[in-house]
Design a binder for this molecule. Sequence first.
Ligand code: CP
Length: 343
Amino acid sequence: MAGGWSHRHLLDLQSLSPDELRAILFLARDYAPIADRADAHSDELRGKVVANLFFEDSTRTRVSFSVAARRLSADVVDLMGPGSSASKGESIGDTALNIAALGVDLIVVRHKASGAAANLANIVTCGVVNAGDGRHEHPTQGLLDTYTLAEAAGRLDTFDMSGLTMAIVGDLATSRVARSNIAALTKLGARVICVGPPGLCPRSLRTLGAADGSCEVSHDLDAVIAHADAVNVLRIQFERHAPGVPAAEAAAAARSGESPGPARTGGAVSSGREYRELYGLTAERAARMKPAAVVMHPGPINKGLEMDASVADGARSVILRQVSRGVAVRMAVLRLCAAAATA
Ligand code: CP
């Protein structure tokens, strides 16, 4: 199997070995020239069908998987929760069984329930790729973040991340992105420091590192900012803290600087102004980063709350690079899982 990879599914990064992570990242590096060019493609998945089943909203991940599959010449089927028979009460399992019965080779699934992708993998015969399941993992985001940091730090030859430090800042308690980043980066030798207020960044995160001490927790961003090679800022996921309140409304309430009240933000922030002062990646804080350190964010960004717009769009930002590298990483994941499914 290519590069030692033998899995039909990609469900998480926590269970992968460093060699398996590197197998994906090396193949992504090979695909990068194709991923970057709209007029380039490979024939490796010609005749295969990839179905995107997105039961939660997405811009970057869904489009990126579609572009990745097309770059490999696969046929792509897009199915979103709204507009599907989920509205008639069909379960995600029955939806997936029906999609698989149509001759699909790979299902890419996003769902609000942690473990949804693993549950599907147990009942369908085709490959399953997790595009984000609840608070559990978002493995391709963890991989593309790792790739982007490796590229910025000149580590594409080995993906040995030792000596590098990533600070993951903000709402880690509900973050599948954080879990996948911590798994991948610490397995490849990096140091990860989780930073945020105690309610959003619990001490229990320390147990997620691959080795003792490889994942730390701090509640003091100013003490950490000058030591990181990458500051990966996370969105406050208001939809998970205050179900029923539109996330955009909760973010606007927090950004207003007033105390928005726990009903509107689920208590995630007591005051947007205070959150920005203590944990926002402001222009002033970004100026205290190491000279070559980069700013990352998985998107979408609550600009003016967790990160200043001038930082998101500034010289240190590799945020759009993360998005474009997502195509190469997802090409690698689709290719490896499809090859394992037919082996
Ligand atoms: N980073 C990420 O998962 O973005 P989307 O929700 O837009 O896919």
